[in-house]
Design a protein around this ligand. Structure first.
Ligand code: ADP
Ligand code: ZN
Length: 419
Protein backbone atom coordinates (compact mmCIF):
# COMPACT_ATOMS: atom_id res chain seq x y z
CA UNK A 1 0.00 0.00 0.00
CA UNK A 2 1.49 3.38 -0.97
CA UNK A 3 1.68 6.51 1.19
CA UNK A 4 -1.11 8.31 -0.69
CA UNK A 5 -3.51 5.45 0.00
CA UNK A 6 -2.53 5.35 3.65
CA UNK A 7 -2.88 9.12 3.95
CA UNK A 8 -6.42 8.93 2.64
CA UNK A 9 -7.24 6.09 5.09
CA UNK A 10 -5.77 8.15 7.92
CA UNK A 11 -7.77 11.25 6.93
CA UNK A 12 -10.95 9.22 6.84
CA UNK A 13 -10.19 7.75 10.28
CA UNK A 14 -9.40 11.09 11.92
CA UNK A 15 -12.55 12.71 10.51
CA UNK A 16 -14.60 9.72 11.63
CA UNK A 17 -13.21 10.01 15.17
CA UNK A 18 -13.73 13.77 15.25
CA UNK A 19 -17.33 13.40 14.09
CA UNK A 20 -18.35 10.38 16.17
CA UNK A 21 -16.31 10.16 19.37
CA UNK A 22 -16.64 13.10 21.79
CA UNK A 23 -13.31 12.12 23.37
CA UNK A 24 -11.40 12.77 20.14
CA UNK A 25 -13.28 15.95 19.26
CA UNK A 26 -12.32 17.37 22.66
CA UNK A 27 -8.75 16.12 22.60
CA UNK A 28 -8.10 17.34 19.02
CA UNK A 29 -9.65 20.72 19.76
CA UNK A 30 -7.63 21.15 22.96
CA UNK A 31 -4.46 20.44 20.96
CA UNK A 32 -5.48 22.92 18.25
CA UNK A 33 -5.76 20.18 15.64
CA UNK A 34 -8.48 19.63 13.04
CA UNK A 35 -8.54 16.58 10.72
CA UNK A 36 -8.83 18.86 7.67
CA UNK A 37 -5.37 20.21 8.49
CA UNK A 38 -3.69 16.84 7.84
CA UNK A 39 -1.52 17.13 4.72
CA UNK A 40 0.94 14.26 5.07
CA UNK A 41 1.51 11.12 7.13
CA UNK A 42 4.14 13.09 9.09
CA UNK A 43 1.41 15.50 10.24
CA UNK A 44 0.17 12.72 12.49
CA UNK A 45 2.81 13.99 14.93
CA UNK A 46 0.49 16.97 15.64
CA UNK A 47 -2.31 14.72 16.85
CA UNK A 48 -2.47 14.15 20.62
CA UNK A 49 -1.58 10.76 22.08
CA UNK A 50 -4.12 8.44 23.64
CA UNK A 51 -3.03 6.86 26.91
CA UNK A 52 -4.16 3.76 28.77
CA UNK A 53 -5.34 5.86 31.73
CA UNK A 54 -7.70 7.79 29.44
CA UNK A 55 -9.15 4.57 28.08
CA UNK A 56 -9.65 3.24 31.60
CA UNK A 57 -11.84 6.24 32.37
CA UNK A 58 -14.30 4.96 29.74
CA UNK A 59 -15.06 1.83 31.76
CA UNK A 60 -17.27 -0.13 31.04
CA UNK A 61 -17.95 0.72 27.39
CA UNK A 62 -14.64 1.90 26.02
CA UNK A 63 -14.35 5.07 23.91
CA UNK A 64 -17.46 4.63 21.84
CA UNK A 65 -17.68 6.06 18.34
CA UNK A 66 -20.97 4.26 17.62
CA UNK A 67 -24.35 3.99 19.25
CA UNK A 68 -24.13 1.47 22.08
CA UNK A 69 -26.86 -0.60 20.40
CA UNK A 70 -24.43 -1.42 17.57
CA UNK A 71 -21.99 -3.12 19.93
CA UNK A 72 -22.08 -6.90 19.48
CA UNK A 73 -19.15 -7.87 21.74
CA UNK A 74 -17.17 -6.63 24.73
CA UNK A 75 -13.67 -7.69 25.72
CA UNK A 76 -11.24 -6.42 28.34
CA UNK A 77 -7.45 -6.37 28.70
CA UNK A 78 -5.96 -8.83 31.17
CA UNK A 79 -5.08 -5.99 33.50
CA UNK A 80 -1.36 -6.84 33.68
CA UNK A 81 -0.54 -3.27 34.61
CA UNK A 82 -3.66 -1.96 36.32
CA UNK A 83 -7.41 -2.10 36.10
CA UNK A 84 -8.59 -3.56 32.79
CA UNK A 85 -9.60 -1.44 29.82
CA UNK A 86 -12.81 -2.41 28.07
CA UNK A 87 -13.07 -2.58 24.30
CA UNK A 88 -16.23 -2.99 22.26
CA UNK A 89 -16.81 -4.27 18.73
CA UNK A 90 -19.42 -3.79 16.02
CA UNK A 91 -20.31 -6.59 13.62
CA UNK A 92 -17.94 -5.11 11.07
CA UNK A 93 -15.16 -4.93 13.69
CA UNK A 94 -15.53 -8.63 14.47
CA UNK A 95 -15.40 -9.49 10.75
CA UNK A 96 -12.31 -7.36 10.09
CA UNK A 97 -10.55 -8.69 13.15
CA UNK A 98 -11.22 -12.28 12.06
CA UNK A 99 -9.78 -11.52 8.62
CA UNK A 100 -6.64 -10.04 10.24
CA UNK A 101 -6.14 -13.13 12.39
CA UNK A 102 -6.75 -15.35 9.34
CA UNK A 103 -4.04 -13.42 7.45
CA UNK A 104 -1.67 -13.98 10.38
CA UNK A 105 -2.33 -17.70 10.48
CA UNK A 106 -1.87 -17.89 6.72
CA UNK A 107 1.63 -16.42 7.14
CA UNK A 108 2.42 -19.44 9.32
CA UNK A 109 1.16 -21.81 6.66
CA UNK A 110 -2.06 -22.63 8.52
CA UNK A 111 -5.13 -23.32 6.37
CA UNK A 112 -7.93 -25.67 5.53
CA UNK A 113 -7.12 -29.09 6.93
CA UNK A 114 -5.06 -27.72 9.82
CA UNK A 115 -6.17 -28.88 13.26
CA UNK A 116 -5.67 -26.07 15.76
CA UNK A 117 -5.63 -26.49 19.51
CA UNK A 118 -6.47 -23.07 20.82
CA UNK A 119 -5.29 -22.86 24.42
CA UNK A 120 -5.57 -19.08 24.75
CA UNK A 121 -8.21 -18.22 27.33
CA UNK A 122 -11.75 -17.83 26.02
CA UNK A 123 -13.77 -15.10 27.68
CA UNK A 124 -13.11 -11.44 28.31
CA UNK A 125 -9.47 -11.92 27.26
CA UNK A 126 -9.22 -11.38 23.49
CA UNK A 127 -6.80 -14.26 22.83
CA UNK A 128 -9.19 -17.21 22.74
CA UNK A 129 -12.08 -15.85 20.68
CA UNK A 130 -9.73 -13.78 18.52
CA UNK A 131 -7.74 -16.79 17.31
CA UNK A 132 -10.91 -18.85 17.10
CA UNK A 133 -12.75 -16.59 14.64
CA UNK A 134 -9.66 -16.17 12.46
CA UNK A 135 -9.00 -19.91 12.32
CA UNK A 136 -12.59 -20.74 11.42
CA UNK A 137 -12.60 -18.09 8.71
CA UNK A 138 -9.58 -19.84 7.20
CA UNK A 139 -11.47 -23.10 7.22
CA UNK A 140 -9.17 -24.76 9.72
CA UNK A 141 -10.56 -27.08 12.41
CA UNK A 142 -10.44 -25.54 15.87
CA UNK A 143 -10.36 -27.42 19.16
CA UNK A 144 -11.37 -24.67 21.61
CA UNK A 145 -9.65 -26.00 24.72
CA UNK A 146 -9.15 -22.52 26.24
CA UNK A 147 -6.59 -22.29 29.05
CA UNK A 148 -6.24 -24.63 31.99
CA UNK A 149 -6.80 -28.32 32.65
CA UNK A 150 -3.35 -29.25 31.45
CA UNK A 151 -3.93 -33.01 31.65
CA UNK A 152 -6.82 -32.69 29.21
CA UNK A 153 -4.77 -30.39 26.96
CA UNK A 154 -2.09 -33.07 26.73
CA UNK A 155 -4.64 -35.78 25.93
CA UNK A 156 -6.18 -33.67 23.15
CA UNK A 157 -2.72 -32.90 21.74
CA UNK A 158 -2.20 -36.66 21.47
CA UNK A 159 -5.66 -37.75 20.33
CA UNK A 160 -6.93 -35.11 17.90
CA UNK A 161 -4.07 -35.05 15.41
CA UNK A 162 -3.38 -31.45 16.41
CA UNK A 163 -0.78 -29.85 14.14
CA UNK A 164 -1.06 -26.23 15.29
CA UNK A 165 -0.84 -25.11 18.91
CA UNK A 166 -1.90 -21.60 19.98
CA UNK A 167 -1.03 -20.41 23.52
CA UNK A 168 1.43 -18.27 25.45
CA UNK A 169 5.08 -19.34 24.99
CA UNK A 170 5.46 -20.02 28.71
CA UNK A 171 2.47 -22.35 28.62
CA UNK A 172 3.84 -24.09 25.51
CA UNK A 173 7.07 -24.82 27.36
CA UNK A 174 5.12 -26.13 30.31
CA UNK A 175 2.97 -28.33 28.06
CA UNK A 176 6.11 -29.87 26.56
CA UNK A 177 7.30 -30.76 30.05
CA UNK A 178 3.99 -32.33 31.01
CA UNK A 179 3.91 -34.35 27.77
CA UNK A 180 7.45 -35.59 28.48
CA UNK A 181 6.52 -36.49 32.07
CA UNK A 182 3.66 -38.61 30.78
CA UNK A 183 6.28 -40.75 29.07
CA UNK A 184 5.75 -39.45 25.54
CA UNK A 185 8.45 -37.69 23.58
CA UNK A 186 6.83 -34.35 22.57
CA UNK A 187 8.64 -34.66 19.23
CA UNK A 188 6.49 -37.70 18.38
CA UNK A 189 3.30 -35.60 18.36
CA UNK A 190 1.99 -34.54 14.94
CA UNK A 191 2.41 -30.89 15.98
CA UNK A 192 4.30 -28.82 13.40
CA UNK A 193 3.47 -25.15 14.08
CA UNK A 194 3.15 -23.02 17.22
CA UNK A 195 1.45 -19.60 17.28
CA UNK A 196 2.73 -18.06 20.47
CA UNK A 197 2.24 -14.58 21.90
CA UNK A 198 0.52 -12.42 24.53
CA UNK A 199 3.76 -12.07 26.51
CA UNK A 200 7.39 -11.23 25.70
CA UNK A 201 9.66 -14.15 24.85
CA UNK A 202 13.19 -14.39 23.59
CA UNK A 203 14.71 -16.20 20.64
CA UNK A 204 16.32 -18.65 23.04
CA UNK A 205 12.92 -19.48 24.51
CA UNK A 206 11.73 -19.98 20.95
CA UNK A 207 14.54 -22.44 20.25
CA UNK A 208 13.78 -24.31 23.44
CA UNK A 209 10.12 -24.77 22.48
CA UNK A 210 10.94 -25.56 18.85
CA UNK A 211 13.42 -28.24 19.94
CA UNK A 212 11.12 -29.73 22.54
CA UNK A 213 8.23 -30.30 20.10
CA UNK A 214 10.19 -30.28 16.84
CA UNK A 215 7.99 -27.49 15.46
CA UNK A 216 8.33 -24.04 13.97
CA UNK A 217 7.26 -21.39 16.50
CA UNK A 218 5.81 -18.09 15.26
CA UNK A 219 5.43 -14.92 17.27
CA UNK A 220 2.00 -13.27 17.17
CA UNK A 221 1.39 -9.85 18.70
CA UNK A 222 -1.68 -8.02 19.79
CA UNK A 223 -3.40 -6.17 22.56
CA UNK A 224 -7.03 -5.66 23.43
CA UNK A 225 -6.99 -1.89 22.88
CA UNK A 226 -5.79 -2.46 19.30
CA UNK A 227 -8.43 -5.12 18.68
CA UNK A 228 -6.79 -8.23 20.13
CA UNK A 229 -4.41 -10.80 18.68
CA UNK A 230 -3.56 -10.48 15.00
CA UNK A 231 -2.05 -6.99 15.07
CA UNK A 232 1.42 -8.27 14.22
CA UNK A 233 2.74 -11.59 12.97
CA UNK A 234 5.99 -13.18 11.96
CA UNK A 235 6.41 -14.78 8.57
CA UNK A 236 8.50 -17.88 7.89
CA UNK A 237 11.63 -15.67 7.97
CA UNK A 238 11.04 -15.23 11.72
CA UNK A 239 12.53 -11.77 11.56
CA UNK A 240 10.21 -9.16 13.05
CA UNK A 241 6.45 -8.72 13.23
CA UNK A 242 4.54 -7.75 10.10
CA UNK A 243 1.92 -5.08 10.81
CA UNK A 244 -0.90 -4.86 8.27
CA UNK A 245 -0.46 -1.62 6.30
CA UNK A 246 -4.16 -1.01 5.72
CA UNK A 247 -5.08 -1.67 9.36
CA UNK A 248 -2.59 0.37 11.40
CA UNK A 249 -0.10 3.19 11.25
CA UNK A 250 2.86 2.49 13.51
CA UNK A 251 5.17 5.05 15.06
CA UNK A 252 7.99 4.66 17.56
CA UNK A 253 8.39 7.46 20.10
CA UNK A 254 10.71 8.36 22.92
CA UNK A 255 8.83 7.16 26.02
CA UNK A 256 9.95 10.24 28.00
CA UNK A 257 9.47 13.07 25.53
CA UNK A 258 6.97 11.59 23.05
CA UNK A 259 9.24 12.68 20.18
CA UNK A 260 8.88 10.53 17.03
CA UNK A 261 11.99 8.37 16.52
CA UNK A 262 13.50 7.17 13.27
CA UNK A 263 13.57 3.69 11.83
CA UNK A 264 15.84 1.37 13.79
CA UNK A 265 15.62 3.44 16.97
CA UNK A 266 14.23 1.68 19.99
CA UNK A 267 11.27 3.24 21.80
CA UNK A 268 7.60 2.97 22.68
CA UNK A 269 5.33 1.67 19.92
CA UNK A 270 2.38 3.92 19.10
CA UNK A 271 -0.54 2.62 17.04
CA UNK A 272 -3.30 4.31 15.08
CA UNK A 273 -6.07 2.00 13.93
CA UNK A 274 -7.43 2.47 10.42
CA UNK A 275 -10.29 -0.02 10.68
CA UNK A 276 -11.96 0.11 14.07
CA UNK A 277 -15.57 1.34 14.19
CA UNK A 278 -16.60 1.02 17.83
CA UNK A 279 -13.36 1.87 19.65
CA UNK A 280 -10.90 3.50 17.26
CA UNK A 281 -7.48 4.28 18.72
CA UNK A 282 -5.49 7.29 17.55
CA UNK A 283 -1.79 7.46 18.52
CA UNK A 284 -2.27 4.95 21.29
CA UNK A 285 0.73 4.65 23.60
CA UNK A 286 1.04 0.87 23.95
CA UNK A 287 3.80 0.86 26.57
CA UNK A 288 5.53 -1.85 24.48
CA UNK A 289 9.16 -1.36 23.50
CA UNK A 290 10.48 -2.17 20.03
CA UNK A 291 11.73 -0.52 16.83
CA UNK A 292 10.63 -0.13 13.22
CA UNK A 293 12.56 -1.93 10.48
CA UNK A 294 14.03 0.22 7.75
CA UNK A 295 14.11 -2.54 5.17
CA UNK A 296 11.37 -4.60 3.61
CA UNK A 297 10.98 -8.28 4.27
CA UNK A 298 11.50 -10.56 1.31
CA UNK A 299 8.02 -12.03 1.80
CA UNK A 300 6.28 -8.69 1.06
CA UNK A 301 3.44 -9.40 3.50
CA UNK A 302 3.49 -5.76 4.64
CA UNK A 303 5.67 -2.67 4.47
CA UNK A 304 5.56 -2.06 8.20
CA UNK A 305 7.57 -4.39 10.37
CA UNK A 306 8.56 -4.01 14.00
CA UNK A 307 11.13 -5.94 16.01
CA UNK A 308 9.88 -8.44 18.53
CA UNK A 309 8.68 -6.76 21.71
CA UNK A 310 11.54 -6.56 24.20
CA UNK A 311 9.39 -5.44 27.14
CA UNK A 312 6.99 -2.81 28.34
CA UNK A 313 7.86 0.64 29.58
CA UNK A 314 5.98 -0.27 32.76
CA UNK A 315 7.72 -3.66 32.91
CA UNK A 316 10.99 -1.92 33.39
CA UNK A 317 12.33 -2.25 36.88
CA UNK A 318 14.40 0.50 38.29
CA UNK A 319 16.74 -1.17 40.72
CA UNK A 320 19.16 1.13 42.49
CA UNK A 321 18.65 3.62 39.70
CA UNK A 322 19.48 1.12 36.96
CA UNK A 323 16.88 0.19 34.32
CA UNK A 324 16.33 -3.54 34.17
CA UNK A 325 14.08 -5.41 31.73
CA UNK A 326 13.14 -9.04 32.36
CA UNK A 327 14.19 -9.71 28.76
CA UNK A 328 17.82 -8.90 29.70
CA UNK A 329 17.69 -11.49 32.45
CA UNK A 330 16.15 -14.02 30.11
CA UNK A 331 18.92 -13.30 27.63
CA UNK A 332 21.62 -14.02 30.23
CA UNK A 333 19.93 -17.25 31.29
CA UNK A 334 19.52 -18.37 27.70
CA UNK A 335 23.27 -18.70 27.30
CA UNK A 336 23.66 -20.91 30.36
CA UNK A 337 23.54 -24.69 30.22
CA UNK A 338 21.51 -26.51 32.83
CA UNK A 339 18.70 -24.01 33.43
CA UNK A 340 15.12 -24.72 32.37
CA UNK A 341 13.82 -21.39 31.04
CA UNK A 342 11.55 -20.77 34.03
CA UNK A 343 12.57 -17.91 36.29
CA UNK A 344 11.15 -15.22 38.58
CA UNK A 345 12.54 -11.91 39.69
CA UNK A 346 11.99 -10.74 43.26
CA UNK A 347 12.68 -7.15 44.21
CA UNK A 348 12.61 -5.96 47.78
CA UNK A 349 13.77 -2.94 49.69
CA UNK A 350 16.25 -3.74 52.42
CA UNK A 351 16.77 -0.61 54.45
CA UNK A 352 17.27 2.08 51.86
CA UNK A 353 18.58 -0.26 49.22
CA UNK A 354 16.80 -2.24 46.55
CA UNK A 355 17.59 -5.91 46.59
CA UNK A 356 17.09 -8.11 43.57
CA UNK A 357 17.05 -11.87 43.61
CA UNK A 358 16.43 -14.09 40.63
CA UNK A 359 15.03 -17.57 41.18
CA UNK A 360 16.24 -19.82 38.41
CA UNK A 361 14.99 -23.31 37.85
CA UNK A 362 17.61 -25.88 36.93
CA UNK A 363 17.06 -28.97 34.80
CA UNK A 364 16.66 -32.43 36.28
CA UNK A 365 20.13 -33.58 35.17
CA UNK A 366 21.82 -30.65 36.83
CA UNK A 367 19.89 -31.09 40.02
CA UNK A 368 21.60 -34.42 40.52
CA UNK A 369 25.04 -32.84 40.26
CA UNK A 370 27.27 -32.22 43.22
CA UNK A 371 26.76 -29.23 45.49
CA UNK A 372 30.06 -27.80 44.30
CA UNK A 373 28.90 -27.73 40.69
CA UNK A 374 25.62 -26.10 41.64
CA UNK A 375 27.37 -23.33 43.56
CA UNK A 376 29.72 -22.83 40.63
CA UNK A 377 26.76 -22.43 38.28
CA UNK A 378 25.11 -19.97 40.63
CA UNK A 379 28.27 -17.85 40.74
CA UNK A 380 28.62 -17.99 36.97
CA UNK A 381 25.07 -16.67 36.49
CA UNK A 382 25.58 -13.91 39.07
CA UNK A 383 28.77 -12.92 37.30
CA UNK A 384 27.05 -12.77 33.89
CA UNK A 385 24.13 -10.77 35.31
CA UNK A 386 26.53 -8.25 36.74
CA UNK A 387 28.33 -7.95 33.42
CA UNK A 388 25.06 -7.24 31.58
CA UNK A 389 23.02 -5.27 34.12
CA UNK A 390 25.74 -3.54 36.10
CA UNK A 391 24.09 -4.24 39.41
CA UNK A 392 24.60 -7.07 41.85
CA UNK A 393 21.88 -9.67 41.60
CA UNK A 394 21.56 -12.68 43.85
CA UNK A 395 20.74 -15.91 42.08
CA UNK A 396 18.93 -18.74 43.78
CA UNK A 397 18.83 -22.04 41.93
CA UNK A 398 15.68 -24.01 42.57
CA UNK A 399 14.73 -27.58 41.74
CA UNK A 400 12.72 -28.50 38.63
CA UNK A 401 9.03 -27.59 38.84
CA UNK A 402 9.47 -25.10 41.70
CA UNK A 403 8.69 -21.92 39.73
CA UNK A 404 4.88 -21.65 39.44
CA UNK A 405 3.60 -22.35 35.91
CA UNK A 406 1.02 -20.07 34.36
CA UNK A 407 -1.79 -21.11 32.05
CA UNK A 408 -1.82 -17.66 30.50
CA UNK A 409 0.76 -14.90 30.82
CA UNK A 410 3.74 -15.80 33.00
CA UNK A 411 4.32 -13.64 36.07
CA UNK A 412 8.03 -12.89 35.91
CA UNK A 413 8.34 -10.03 38.40
CA UNK A 414 7.38 -9.91 42.04
CA UNK A 415 8.07 -6.41 43.22
CA UNK A 416 7.52 -6.28 46.94
CA UNK A 417 8.64 -2.65 47.13
CA UNK A 418 5.18 -1.54 46.13
CA UNK A 419 3.36 -3.49 48.83
P1 ADP B 1 -2.67 -6.38 29.33
O1 ADP B 1 -2.07 -5.10 28.85
O2 ADP B 1 -3.56 -6.21 30.50
O3 ADP B 1 -1.70 -7.51 29.45
P2 ADP B 1 -3.72 -7.58 26.87
O4 ADP B 1 -4.31 -8.88 27.25
O5 ADP B 1 -4.40 -6.81 25.83
O6 ADP B 1 -3.67 -6.74 28.16
O7 ADP B 1 -2.21 -7.85 26.48
C1 ADP B 1 -1.49 -7.00 25.62
C2 ADP B 1 -0.04 -6.98 25.97
O8 ADP B 1 0.54 -8.28 25.95
C3 ADP B 1 0.78 -6.19 24.99
O9 ADP B 1 0.75 -4.81 25.25
C4 ADP B 1 2.17 -6.76 25.18
O10 ADP B 1 2.82 -6.16 26.27
C5 ADP B 1 1.90 -8.19 25.51
N1 ADP B 1 2.08 -9.00 24.29
C6 ADP B 1 1.14 -9.48 23.46
N2 ADP B 1 1.70 -10.20 22.46
C7 ADP B 1 3.02 -10.17 22.65
C8 ADP B 1 4.15 -10.70 21.94
N3 ADP B 1 4.02 -11.45 20.87
N4 ADP B 1 5.38 -10.41 22.43
C9 ADP B 1 5.53 -9.66 23.53
N5 ADP B 1 4.52 -9.13 24.24
C10 ADP B 1 3.28 -9.38 23.81
ZN1 ZN C 1 8.15 -11.47 6.04
Amino acid sequence: MNDAQRLSLLKRTLSYCYDHAPHYRQAFTAAGFHPDALRSLEDLAHVPFLRKAELRSYYPTGILAVDKRRVVRYHASSGTTGSPTVVSYTKADIATWASMVADCLRLAGVGEGSVIQNSYGYGLFTGGLGLHYGAELLGASVVPTSGGNTARQVKILQDFGVDVLCCTPSYALYLSEVVAESGIDPKELPLSVGIFGAEPWSDSMRRRIEDAFDIKAYDIYGMSELGGPGVGMECAGQDGLHIWDDKYLVEVVDPETGEVLGEGEKGEIVFTSLWKEACPVIRFRTGDISHLYDSRCGCDASDQRIGRIVGRTDDMLIVRGVNVFPSQIEHVLSKIQGVSGHYQIYVERKGALDDMEVYVEVTGELFNDSMGEIIELQRAIEHEMYAVLNIKVRVRLVEPGKIPRSEGKAQRIIDRRML
